[in-house]
Structures are given as structure tokens and as C-alpha cells.
Design a protein around this ligand. Structure first.
Ligand SMILES: Cc1cc2nc3c(=O)[nH]c(=O)nc-3n(C[C@H](O)[C@H](O)[C@H](O)COP(=O)(O)O)c2cc1C
Length: 356
């Protein structure tokens, strides 16, 4: 068992069955989720020797925000089901590690309470059917100090095969996210307008940038063509993501899509990646391929369920420790000095000369 599998088992032991199955859930027959991890595993690093790696540097700026390492927390809904403090505990754990977190539209916690923990945070936007509600939420996120917006562009349908694990059907209502940033009267007035809008277009990127004054990342991009459309529409970053294999069962994986996205837009915007990242060696492979940052999802949720804020800090600390060890073993002293020449697919000969 890996340490993450052990952590998941500890989380499963404390969560109601339907919550733990919701966190584990994947789309279709799970090929994308499974291969999402396998494709990171299939990458091999090419160590350099005779390098000074006595000091390892992991600090970077992400869209202008300094962080201790390029490992950040992916936005995830339903965190109050994992721990009563929800994103407040996640933010506390992220702050302890100098990291940053994404905050889902579907958070039950007030932005101000998350912000008070001191970690930088990005607001993840699901466009609502009534764009006025999105505007209100974005304005409140900006006021509370969100440093960027993450527009999720891949959620065109919900693919929860087992209705009993879909949060609206959970028997314990108190575990479902409560709309933490709208008043009861606003929720009532919104009615059906609160529903997710599946018609997301490139113009929404520019609109969000204009109403917030913040950089916008488009999350859920898997092709060079779409990355180009996002950047042309004003995105300052893209997140290569399969939503953790939760959206399209037989989708290509993030590891396989990352090179073409980097080749297309890597010189113009920040390329981030998530889905299936399960260790420091995966992080190094992603950064060497050209990612600026890596977002981690389920392992953080399991840390939150098993150990609250400390559990989140432990997960992020473990990833960062593995990142540092892998860099030292690779002979690279800084995350900013990783290049495609440092990584090959298993079995491939790799570059014959050049690099380093
Ligand atoms: C329980 C859960 C809830 C999630 N909720 C959201 C969400 O509200 N918005 C979003 O953009 N992504 C959401 N995601 C996807 C994550 O942001 C991220 O893309 C994914 O978890 C990364 O894969 P990993 O879990 O393999 O690390 C969710 C993922 C999980 C596991």
C-alpha cells in the first residue's frame, strides 16, 4: 500500500459510505482515472551528476503570487463533509506549508473565513444559469481577497453513475455544501438560476477578467487547440485536467495531453496540471514537461477527513519533501531549472545529446 492509499483508507473509516464513495468516484469504467496515474508513472527522469544540490529551491510565483512550492490544492466541493470546518481547515493546512488553495463555487464556507487563515486562494467559478449570481459571487470573492479566478470549462455534464453518492441525495443534509456566500434570500430569489450553466464559451473568460480585474485560469483543457482558444480569449493560464478522471471515462490523460498544451501556449501563459498526481516524482515529471504548477485533489481531501488542518498540512508537506528529494536525486537544484530534457517516457531512448 502506498502512503496515499493508507491515508484514503483512514479517511474512508471516518466518512459516511456515500461521502467516501463520492470522493473516490470516477467517470465511466474508470479508465481515465486509472491511466491518469499510470501515465505519470510511465515517465522516467534522466539524472544529471556533478551538480551542486546542497540547497534545493522550490519557491515560485504563480500568477504573481509567491508560494513555497508549485504544489497547490485543487478546488473541491463538499469539504464540509470531510471536516466540519471545510475549506477553513484546508486553508489553515495550506498556510502552514506556504501553499495556495482553490476554493470551489460549491463551498459551504464564507470567503472571509477562508481568507482569514492567511493562505493565498483562487476562486473556482462554475457559471450559474443566471450570470448575475456569478457576478455577485465573483465580486464577493474579489472583496475577500481572491488572487485569481479558475473557470472550470470541462463540466458539461455530471457523470455520477450512482445517484445515492450524488451530494443532493445524501441523507444527512448538514454534510452537503451550503451556499456559504449567498444569503438565504438570495438563494431563494435565484431559484433555478443557481444551477450550473453548461454553455460556457470563450467570451466568458474575458467577461470574468473584466468584472474581477483578476487573472483567469481555464481549468479542464486537454488539447492544444482548446488551450489556444483560451489564451486568445484572454486566459492568463490553463489547467490541463481530467477533473481527476471524473468527467469522461475514456478521456486522454493529463500526462499525455500536457506536452501538446505546453508546446502551443507554454510561452504565453502559465500551464498548470492536475489529475492523478500521487507523489513528488510525478510533480517533477510534470514540471520538467513544462507545467508551472501541479494541483493535488483527492489526497488533500483524504488528509482533511483523516486529520483536519494538520492532515492537509501533512499531505502538502509530504509532497514537498518528496519533490525536494527527487530534485536532489535528479541533480537539479531548483524547480525553475527543470526542462523537457530531464524526462522521457519509459522505454523511449530520449534525447541523444543536448540539454544540460
Ligand atoms: C470530491 C471532489 C470534488 C471536486 N469538486 C470540484 C469543483 O467543485 N470544481 C472543480 O473545478 N473541480 C472539482 N474537483 C476536481 C479537482 O479540482 C481536481 O481537478 C481533481 O481532483 C484532480 O485529480 P486528483 O483528485 O486525482 O488529484 C473535485 C474533485 C473531487 C475529488
Amino acid at each position: 500500500m502506498t502512503w496515499i492509499e493508507e491515508l484514503a483508507a483512514r479517511a474512508d473509516a471516518v466518512l459516511p459510505d456515500y461521502v467516501s464513495r463520492y470522493v473516490h468516484s470516477v467517470a465511466g469504467d474508470g479508465a481515465c482515472a486509472r491511466e491518469g496515474v499510470e501515465d505519470w508513472d510511465a515517465l522516467r527522469l534522466r539524472p544529471s551528476v556533478l551538480r551542486d544540490v546542497s540547497t534545493i529551491r522550490t519557491g515560485v510565483e504563480l500568477l504573481g503570487t509567491p508560494v513555497a512550492s508549485p504544489i497547490v490544492v485543487a478546488p473541491m466541493a463538499q469539504q464540509v463533509a470531510a471536516n466540519p470546518l471545510g475549506e477553513v481547515a484546508t486553508a489553515r493546512g495550506a498556510a502552514a506549508q506556504g501553499s495556495l488553495l482553490g476554493v470551489s463555487t460549491n463551498t459551504g464556507v464564507r470567503f472571509a473565513d477562508i481568507a482569514a487563515e492567511g493562505a493565498p486562494w483562487w476562486y473556482q467559478v462554475y457559471l450559474t444559469a443566471d450570470r448575475g449570481i456569478t457576478r455577485t459571487l465573483v465580486e464577493r470573492a474579489v472583496e475577500a481577497g481572491a488572487a485569481a479566478l479558475v473557470l472550470t470549462v470541462d463540466t458539461t455534464s455530471l457523470s455520477v453513475e450512482h445517484p445515492e453518492i450524488h451530494p443532493p441525495n445524501w441523507p444527512d443534509e448538514s454534510l452537503r455544501f451550503r451556499t456559504g456566500n449567498l444569503s438565504a434570500a438570495e438563494v431563494e430569489a435565484a431559484g433555478a438560476g443557481l444551477g450550473t450553466n453548461f454553455a460556457v464559451g470563450p467570451d466568458d473568460i474575458g467577461w470574468l477578467a473584466s468584472i474581477s480585474g483578476l487573472p483567469v485560469l481555464a481549468k479542464g483543457v486537454l488539447t492544444a487547440r482548446d488551450a489556444r482558444r483560451c489564451v486568445d480569449a484572454g486566459a492568463e493560464g490553463v489547467v490541463v485536467s481530467t477533473h481527476g478522471g471524473r468527467r469522461l471515462g475514456n478521456s486522454v490523460t493529463s500526462a499525455s495531453a500536457l506536452p501538446e498544451v505546453v508546446a502551443e501556449v507554454g510561452g504565453e501563459c502559465e500551464v498548470h496540471v492536475d489529475s492523478g498526481v500521487r507523489g513528488g516524482h510525478h510533480v517533477v515529471a510534470a514540471l520538467a514537461t513544462g507545467a508551472r504548477a501541479v494541483h493535488v485533489g483527492r489526497p488533500v481531501m483524504w488528509g482533511l477527513a483523516a486529520g483536519g488542518a494538520q492532515g492537509v498540512a501533512d499531505v502538502l508537506g509530504r509532497f514537498r519533501g518528496e519533490l525536494e528529494t527527487t530534485l536532489r536525486q535528479l541533480g537539479v537544484a531548483s524547480v525553475l531549472d527543470l526542462y523537457p530534457v530531464d524526462v522521457v517516457r519509459r522505454g523511449s531512448a530520449g534525447p541523444h545529446r543536448g540539454g544540460r
